[in-house]
Ligand binder design. Structure first.
Ligand code: ADP
Ligand code: ASP
Ligand code: MG
Length: 407
């Protein structure tokens, strides 16, 4: 008998009819398998809850945010268990705390510390389909926590690892991982397989089809992840370890991230300790900075720019206004809306000229590059937000990503 973990995202469970459809799909896999089904909140419920809290306070308490956000998934588990029971199947719903998913106490961004899956195992051994709320856990102080946006993916992968499941299937509104967001690039191509390291870069650089931390977890514990469509039966994309013979296209995918902001501090005195002071002030506020650029110094002063998640922008600007004054900088300028476009591919390790091809393609469209960063298998550029989609299509064309050999 196999053990399957299946996860259904928000758009797959957006209304009662869709939940009934999920129950039908789960029922198809049930014969001969033990099944754990992880679900997200219905549709855009989580965004709606965030919006409600923001209407009341610009800086809501994070413990209370977790109390609020975790309610979304709890609605779905009960409804799906009811839908499965209506089909004559044995099913039982569980919250994150009930399945022993323990986390640290970093509210809204908690990390999993341990899973005690005994309760789920007992449910499976009793012949039940275990329906589990994604995105939530219990901290070491017995508080409800959430795992960051998209965190139901992580719940599914972590349960698959703890239960040694045969596969973790992520069901969503697209039928796999594509060479670019298929909703933006019509000729994007579905990848049959993608290596963990590439998927990690794709996810962290904006391909929101999988949460980055779920990919990290899958890599660490060797969980095979199958991303596929809730609405169509065709096979999707397997996320697995890199294999000999995997096609090594120079560029496997193009991603974009439109959730970024940029802050520059002007004419900072160029002396030891200044960067530590600036970024220390940001770090204590738990703000994660992405790209950092420092110009060469002229007459003892330099400019520093960095990008950060747009949600943290207002807090960072408030914090840095004081710091800039203290260290004698001229001031700060900021842009609340920038985009990052990236190309990703393990083939970049052994090819030269990739970055220059990227810059030339953006230049041909008159798109100015504000910041650049590179890793072993990715190159990213920060550009004006309004050019994000054009840039993705341009780069997808320039590297002929849509025409690669299917893996
Ligand atoms: P779910 O609600 O099922 O978790 P998400 O909205 O989190 O779904 O992720 C699916 C979406 O990811 C797709 O609708 C698609 O627009 C987007 N996406 C971005 N980049 C990619 C990519 N490279 N391949 C597939 N989907 C992508
Ligand atoms: N409901 C949460 C979110 O919207 C978690 C998830 O869907 O994975 O981010
Ligand atoms: Mg998601």
């Amino acid at each position: 008998m196999g053990l399957l973990v299946q996860k259904f995202g928000g758009s797959s469970v957006a209304d009662a009819e869709k939940i009934a459809n999920v129950a039908r799909r789960v029922a198809e896999s049930a014969p001969g398998n033990q099944m754990v089904v992880v679900v997200s909140a219905m549709g855009r419920t989580t965004d709606g809850l965030l919006g409600l809290a923001r209407q009341i306070s610009s800086a809501p308490d994070l413990r209370e945010m977790d109390m609020l956000l975790s309610t979304g998934e709890q609605v779905t588990i009960a409804l799906l268990a009811i839908a499965l029971q209506a089909r004559g199947l044995k099913a039982r719903s569980f919250t994150g705390p009930q399945v022993g998913l323990r986390t640290d106490h970093a509210h809204t961004q908690a990390r999993i510390t341990q899973i005690d899956a005994d309760r789920v195992r007992r449910s499976l051994d009793a012949g039940e389909i275990a329906v589990v709320a994604g995105f939530q856990g219990l901290s070491d102080q017995d508080e409800i926590t959430t795992l960051g946006r998209g965190g139901s993916d992580l719940t599914a992968v972590a349960l698959a690892a703890a239960l040694k499941a045969d596969v973790c299937e992520i069901y969503t509104d697209v039928d796999g991982v594509y060479t670019a967001d298929p909703n933006i690039v019509p000729d994007a191509r579905k990848l049959a397989r993608v290596a963990y390291d590439e998927m990690l870069e794709l996810a962290s650089l904006g391909a929101k089809v999988l949460q980055t931390r779920s990919v990290e977890f899958a890599k660490k514990y060797g969980v095979t992840v199958h991303v596929r469509s809730t609405f169509r039966p065709d096979p999707g994309t397997l996320v697995t370890k890199e294999e000999q013979g995997m096609e090594q296209a120079v560029v496997t995918g193009v991603t974009h991230d439109r959730s970024q902001a940029k802050i520059s501090i002007l004419r900072v005195p160029d002396r030891p300790g200044i960067a530590a002071r600036v970024f220390g002030a940001i770090a204590v506020k738990n703000i994660v900075v992405d790209m950092i650029v420092q110009n060469i110094s002229q007459d003892g002063h330099t400019d520093m720019s960095f990008t950060l998640p747009r949600g943290d922008y207002a807090r960072a600007v408030a914090e840095l206004s004081d710091v800039a004054r203290e260290i004698g900088a001229r001031g700060i300028v900021h842009d609340e809306r920038v985009a990052k476009v990236s190309i990703v591919g393990v083939g970049m390790r052994s090819h030269s000229g990739v970055a220059s091809t990227m810059f030339a393609a953006l230049a041909r469209e008159g798109i100015n590059i504000q910041m650049i960063s590179t890793s072993e298998i990715a190159v990213s550029c920060v550009i004006e937000d309004k050019y994000a989609e054009l840039a993705v299509r341009t780069l997808h064309d320039a590297f002929d990503v849509g025409r690669g050999i299917a893996r």
